[in-house]
Design a protein around this ligand. Sequence first.
Ligand SMILES: *Cc1c(COP(=O)(O)O)cnc(C)c1O
Length: 559
Amino acid sequence: MERFFKSAEKRKIAYFSMEIGLFSDMPTYSGGLGVLAGDTIKAAADLSVPIVGVTLIYEQGYFTQKINDQGEQIEIPNNWRKEDFLEPQDAQVIVLIEGREVRVRCWKRTYKGVKEYEVPILFLDTNVPGNSEYDKTLTSHLYGGDIKYRFCQEMVLGIGGMRMLKALGFNEIKKFHMNEGHASLLTIELLKENDYHNLDEIRKKCVFTTHTPVPAGHDRFDVDLVRQLMPDFPFNIQELQDAEKKINMTLIGLYFSNYINGVAKKHMEISQEMFPNYPIHSITNGVHSATWVCDEFEELFDKHIPEWRHDSFSLRYAAGIPAEEIMKTHSKAKKALLDEINKKYGVDFDADTLTIGFARRATAYKRLDLLFRDIEKLKAIAAKGKLQIIYGGKAHARDFAGKDLIKKVISLKNSLGPNIKFIYLENYDMTLARKLVAGVDVWLNTPMRPREASGTSGMKAAHNGVPNFSILDGWWIEGCIEGVTGWAIGALTVIGDETKQDDEDARSLYDKLERVIIPTYYNDKEAYAEIMKSEIVINASFFNTHRMVSQYVLKAYFH
Ligand SMILES: *Cc1c(COP(=O)(O)O)cnc(C)c1O
């Protein structure tokens, strides 16, 4: 305990995130945002950046997904044992919610970087004796409950988190980094600490990262609801309310922060258009290399680039690895994935067939069904070169359009003819993601642009030498060198009409699959291996969280 307090005083940066995904079987994450937060913490630990993470515990976890014979998603609660992962702390703080004193305690996890530098992560918990039954559930569900539940959670995260840091002796925090608007209420606590003055002082302390390129994606709350739950909210500050007079968490983050960034160059531009009154910078996301490189490539990198685990930039030197070895290593990873799938699902995917992977949160803008827009066309293409297609991904519990998409693509399975094998894998989580991005031959992504703020699974694929085949959106605008690191689907420009856009993107997808990817894969293995290598050399060496956290240090944290 004493050591912890000593190190607490040295912490300069507090990183607040609604979800932090550190380990696959600790279900405190749902997808991209949480995995990114975990990868951020891991890189900060590798780089000895004096950071502390703050998030909620989610006793019920994010759900385990089953899919029934009708293609329907079944959500199974995930009652994980927090004691196995976390140490309870004695400190308790109080947050006044709707006039009730809600007690908040916390659990600590320490993450050790590659050089043993330790980063603490605090998991806030309201399941404390003395709280009402409702308040006890406030930290149970990730993205569950109604709008009121959500605002209460954000109060626990933002205000409870600030008070917990103080209670644990984190008195030297210079920067509060809000990873998305969920954490924005921490600024209101800072405002209170400053007697509602000294805006400049507050702004110097705040860093805000936005992740959402569509207005509907930003958390907003009715003034009446906020008045009921948090009567001391500064309703007089007009800038915190949007055109429809709703309290907007993104606007709060923007108003109180000196440094604001989007998560890719394109996303920065889109955000700048949405919020013209604030200067918005960009730091493109990354992934934590040592987390996302599969077992087989770990071995290869250890042999050729021994420093890669503590220096992701050194993946550039994969240039010196013979393409043949990369191909061989990939074959092993592919075999491992297919063996597992064949065994678990009783199917017969084979190692010589071009295998396309697609897995992400099932939601409308990700267009899970774009690959199947013209099934006859897809069948004709597969007649020239067989295809295997592996899908995965959960839909948020109340995303009914997302669930329909899962059902739809699964229902197409029997109409694909003899040359296409298709499977939808259950329960896409970090463990499955790590195997999947490494074991397929092409990583496909088809978001409706410009809605993919960044995307990170393609970066994981790049770390395993798997070429991306993707819409030019988010990070792929920066990572795509046509025919060198992978392939683009469609053009940079947006058509405006969604149906036309779908048609045009599907046309481009089929065209490249037929004329470029299939012939290269089946007839020119050497050329294919060079593309795999370039993904590592050019993209993995840049799209990693060592580079990303270094940029936060350079541009945001120590200024
Ligand atoms: C990396 C990851 C994501 C995010 O991938 P995107 O490409 O941004 O959709 C989502 N879920 C899991 C389990 C992941 O590992």
